[in-house]
Design a protein around this ligand. Structure first.
Ligand code: SAH
Ligand code: SF4
Length: 376
């Protein structure tokens, strides 16, 4: 079987080349070709001897993702839907801003944690993405944007289009720990993407033991999906809370602070009308996070077909934010981007997955067409 070079973290690439008799500095050269020049052909690595290139090409390739759909919203937000096999797809979302280019990437096809308000959770768990599929999203975005001639001041200075990565796409990154950490090492490596730890954010719903492992192995910026200020409510809307309740989660956040690249953690809090957005909730939240240096990011709920929640009215979100601010917390409201292309977590993949599955089902078993079934 050939090795996909995108699957190899820096140390693994060095070992892989050493096993083939190549000198250590070759790893740096190969890494730059793959992750900085975005080649997909070993033959193009012209500072390697022809014989080396031919030998490596026998059992290695550079296999990026297959794009199922490519959509750009009116505000420039762009979503790539990437094939994950068996009728599944994952998303990466590019968010261009004046001073940065952010890529939101996925870590799993589906998610097992089943948060009540999440479209990815509703799709169930399919599988972990490989390291190559995770870093491949960053490789693909940079490569595509450069090939299309995207412009930005930092690109003129020789930096790649994507300056910031957020692991806030589909899946729970800390439930796919090894592959995610290998991809993070590539993001930070100077011979690969060279991003600083403060420009890489991992969002977790609270897999507590792996928050500690992340702190030890690769402490990037941490965002925690809190969404509820007490265990009763959080047990209901973020079910992993039943395994790792708030007291454990807050303690893990405190332990993370000394390693955190910007001395705080971000708490994400999706605003659900009448569920977690009342003044009493704000009061509980203030008390809960008192001992953790943090910023709170209030997220307008993004409804999807079949979701049981409504978005909190704008006035309620502002009142909630005010309460937090008066208590001395830094509280921001997330801008919604790419609304017209369903850029929020898991939404488009869910629709496409349904359609692909329906199509596969039609091919494999003779299904009776229900009256009113949309023809896709
Ligand atoms: N599994 C990780 C990362 C992916 S989700 C986590 O849960 O943190 C990224 C963020 O989007 C999380 O804060 C998640 O709670 C939030 N989210 C999920 N569904 C949403 C929806 N329908 N509207 C708004 N935010 C949502
Ligand atoms: Fe999984 Fe995160 Fe969605 Fe929860 S919010 S189901 S952890 S992707």
């Amino acid at each position: 079987m050939t090795t996909n070079l995108l699957d190899l973290a820096p140390a693994a690439l060095a070992d892989w080349l050493a096993a083939r008799g190549e000198k250590p500095f070759r790893a740096q050269q190969v890494s730059r070709w793959v992750h900085q020049r975005f080649v997909d052909d070993i033959g193009a690595m012209t500072d390697l001897a022809k014989a080396s290139r031919s030998a490596l090409a026998v059992d290695a390739s550079i296999a990026g993702p297959t794009v199922v759909r490519d959509t750009t919203a009116s505000d420039g937000t762009r979503k790539w839907l990437l094939d994950a096999g068996n009728g599944n797809a994952v998303e990466s979302v590019y968010i261009p801003e004046d001073d940065r280019g952010t890529l939101c990437i996925s870590s799993q096809a589906g998610c097992a944690l089943d948060c009540a308000f999440c479209s990815t959770g509703k799709q169930g768990f399919n599988r972990n993405l490989t390291t190559g599929e995770i870093i491949g999203q960053l490789w693909h975005a940079n490569r595509t944007l450069l090939a299309e001639g995207v412009t930005a001041p930092w690109i003129d200075q020789g930096r790649p289009p994507i300056t910031n990565v957020v692991m806030m796409g589909m899946g729970e990154p800390l439930a796919n720990f090894d592959n995610v950490v290998a991809a993070l090492h590539l993001m930070l490596d100077d011979n690969a993407y060279g991003l600083s730890r403060r420009r890489v954010t991992l969002s977790t719903s609270g897999v507590v033991p792996n928050i500690d492992r992340l702190r030890e192995e690769c402490p990037v910026a941490l965002a925690v999906s809190l969404h509820a200020p007490n265990d009763t409510l959080r047990d209901r809307i973020v079910p992993i809370n039943r395994k790792h309740p708030l007291s454990e989660l807050m303690a893990a956040c405190q332990r993370y602070i000394p390693a955190a690249p910007r001395d705080f953690v971000t708490f994400e809090y999706v605003m659900l009308d009448g569920v977690n957005d009342q003044d009493t909730h704000a009061g509980e939240l203030i008390a809960l996070v008192r001992d953790v240096p943090c910023k709170v990011n209030l997220i307008p709920f993004n409804p999807f077909p079949g979701s049981e929640f409504r978005t909190s009215p704008r006035a309620r979100v502002l009142a909630f934010q005010d309460r937090l601010k008066h208590a001395g917390l830094v509280a921001t409201i997330r801008k919604t981007r790419g609304d017209d292309i369903d850029a929020a977590c898991g939404q488009l993949a869910g629709q496409v997955q349904d359609r692909i599955k329906r199509r596969l089902a039609t091919r494999i078993v003779p299904v009776q067409v229900q009256p009113g079934t949309p023809s896709t």
